[in-house]
Write a protein that binds this ligand. Structure first.
Ligand SMILES: [Zn+2]
Length: 140
């Protein structure tokens, strides 16, 4: 099977994140000291540097912070047919993550910043499932 994207390296500090995705859960790290959620996964809290990190299941809801419609693929490892939407998602819990917006035409007239989105899980391999996002409430 030919993969559409290069596979990520699963690092020990991010293992709960990847384990969660395989089970259809978006897990986020949160600092036990200052209670703030963050992304990407780290062993140190990026806000207060505490080394006391726990994991919790995020709602999977958020909004489209910003986006770009890609009409060309720059890396040869990406085989997704353009155009597609690169999206910076702001999760309800606060952290922002890069993803793709799916389930909507890649048309700048239809996609707007701050539109509500929800996570969908795309299984790439037995180890790797990616969180993608679609307009909340399903396709329009
Ligand atoms: Zn903290």
């Amino acid at each position: 099977m030919e993969l559409e994207r290069p596979l990520p390296t699963i690092t020990p500090e991010a293992k709960p994140y990847w384990d969660g995705l395989r089970q259809g859960k978006l897990m986020l790290p949160r600092c036990r000291a200052c209670r703030r959620a963050f992304f990407y996964p780290r062993v140190l809290c990026p806000f207060c540097q505490a080394q006391d990190v726990e994991w919790f299941q995020a709602s999977g809801r958020g909004k489209l912070h910003t986006f770009e419609i890609a009409y060309q693929t720059i890396s040869r490892a990406f085989k997704i047919k353009p155009p597609y939407v690169l999206a910076m998602i702001e999760l309800e819990e606060g952290p922002r993550m890069m993803s793709n917006l799916v389930g909507i035409e890649p048309d700048p007239k239809r996609i707007t910043c701050d539109m509500p989105v929800e996570v969908v899980f795309e299984k790439l391999t037995d180890e790797v499932t990616l969180p993608l996002f679609r307009p909340a409430g399903g396709a329009r």
